[in-house]
Design a protein around this ligand. Structure first.
Ligand code: ZN
Length: 471
């Protein structure tokens, strides 16, 4: 090789080395200060993300020096957003796509409906869970125009287009059975009184859980004494209907006045809560002593209702004590009380042919337990029953049998013979659990008869012991 050639090669080699050094150096100097893991990122909607996590490396700086601005990102909304990373006045951008890759979940229910009703896919679907809004539809156009079962597929789709399908059965039944109303009754109301036509009335249907009830009371004029008709119509969701007519008797307000004691020696034995398994025994004792008494009855012992008639036929007085004897029910409202009173009145009417006007409040007029259910109700009821032509009777003596079941006979006799009033109204009970009351009865009657008292049943001339009203 020639000397010149060698020199040329050496110079060339040097130039190449320098060039490589220069190129690499420029590359290092020019490379971005922030290097990302990927050119773009994705994150699940409403998921967790941290903009720092997308950085792979930082050159010539500390990662803490980067200013990150991700204010444009809305993690709750599908879309593509830009995160800005700033370092030394240089800005880098990274695209972040908020995605939804999770298909919706939901529960499916078979549908059992009546022919003619609208079928919506939504009616078969419950508890949809997804991070975005969803739509519900049938997969195909199904026909629901005939009775029978149809297999359907329901599709729930989210905003991102993820779909979940589930199958169900739509059962269509032709309903021809009419709904019925229970608890209907005639009304008696004082002039200008109020009537709650729907109170206590229940609608029932074989298919429709909530049949519609309408009341036509246009005819009723509570401002005018008379008898009117009120019409009830109950309609189920298939349009099957039933109608009923009840009467409303509007009566004059005839306040019943209270009567004080008179000079005659009279005992009014009163038995509450019957009839019961003890009623026949009580009647027998009363017969033995030729004593008359009063029974304030309830609807809780209807097995013995024939004894109401028997007692009435024997000359005893039947009074009303409420149908249910449930404080929470009868003292829930004035209307509730009169609805109940109406019911027991009708029950007794079924036995003796008329509605008695003598009543006794559960717990007496002085009870305070009613305050728990309706404040002030006793003040209203004590006046209102009289305005409606009833009279209520508390008591001025007691056997003490309200204090418990099967109270000792001696104790009942002692308490039951303690009064020295001219007119004595004794509170006693007629229930299965108060057999000792029956046992104490002869001695109580003998005691007062020996003192010249007569045992009478309540009538229009009986004194009206009214206790102090406390509610
Ligand atoms: Zn009672």
């Amino acid at each position: 090789m020639k000397k010149n050639t060698k020199i040329v090669l050496s110079v060339l080699g040097g130039v190449v080395v320098v060039a490589i050094v220069v190129i690499v150096g420029i590359k290092i100097l020019n490379r971005p200060a922030i290097e990302f893991k990927n050119s773009a990122e994705k994150v699940e909607i409403k998921g967790n993300y941290n903009a720092v996590d997308y950085i792979k490396d930082v050159h010539g700086h500390d990662i803490a020096d980067i200013e990150i601005d991700d204010s444009a990102v809305n993690i709750e909304k599908l879309g593509t957003y830009v995160i800005k990373y700033k370092i030394n006045d240089k800005e880098y951008e990274l695209q972040l796509e908020v995605v939804d890759t999770q298909a919706p979940t939901f529960d499916i229910e078979n549908l059992d409906i009546d022919l003619g009703m609208n079928v919506k896919a939504e009616d078969l679907v419950k508890n949809i869970k997804d991070q975005t809004n969803t739509t519900v539809r049938f997969k195909e156009d199904y026909s629901f125009e005939k009775a029978g079962e149809t297999n359907v597929t329901v599709v729930v789709e989210d905003e991102a287009g993820n779909q979940t399908e589930k199958e169900a059965i739509v059962k269509i039944v032709k309903d021809e059975e009419k709904p019925v109303l229970t608890g209907l009754h005639d009304f008696t109301v004082s002039k200008n009184g109020k009537i709650d036509y729907l109170s206590g009335i229940k609608a029932k249907d074989n298919r429709d859980p909530e049949p519609k009830v309408t009341v036509d009371s246009q005819q009723v004029n509570t401002a005018k004494v008379g008898t009117y008709e009120v019409k009830y119509t109950v309609t189920d969701r298939s349009g099957n209907k039933n109608s009923y007519t009840k009467t409303v008797a509007v009566v004059e307000n005839k306040p019943t006045s209270s009567i004080g004691q008179n000079g005659n020696k009279v005992v009014y034995l009163t038995f509450d809560d019957g009839p019961s398994s003890n009623t026949a025994k009580i009647l027998k004792v009363l017969d033995q002593y030729n004593a008359k008494a009063t029974f304030f009855v309830t609807g809780n012992g209807q097995k013995y209702n024939y004894l109401i008639k028997e007692a009435h036929n024997k000359g005893h007085t039947i009074g009303l004590h409420t149908y249910t004897h449930s404080y929470s029910k009868v003292y829930a409202s004035v209307n509730a009380y009169f609805d109940d009173l109406d019911k027991i009145g009708q029950m007794v009417k079924g036995q003796i042919g008329f509605v008695p006007k003598y009543i006794r409040f559960p717990g007496g007029a002085s009870n305070t337990v009613s305050r728990k259910y309706c404040k002030g109700i006793m003040s209203t009821l004590t006046k209102e029953v009289q305005a409606r032509g009833y009279q209520y009777y508390d008591w001025n003596a007691s056997t003490g049998d309200a204090s418990g079941n099967n109270v000792a006979v001696s104790k009942l006799i002692k308490e039951g013979t303690a009064s020295k009033a001219n007119n004595i109204m004794i509170l006693a009970h007629d229930t299965a659990a108060k057999s000792t009351t029956v046992e104490a009865l002869p001695k109580i009657i003998e005691h007062y008869q020996a003192l010249g008292y007569q045992f009478k049943a309540i009538d229009d001339n009986t004194f009206t012991p009214h206790q102090h009203v406390n509610n």
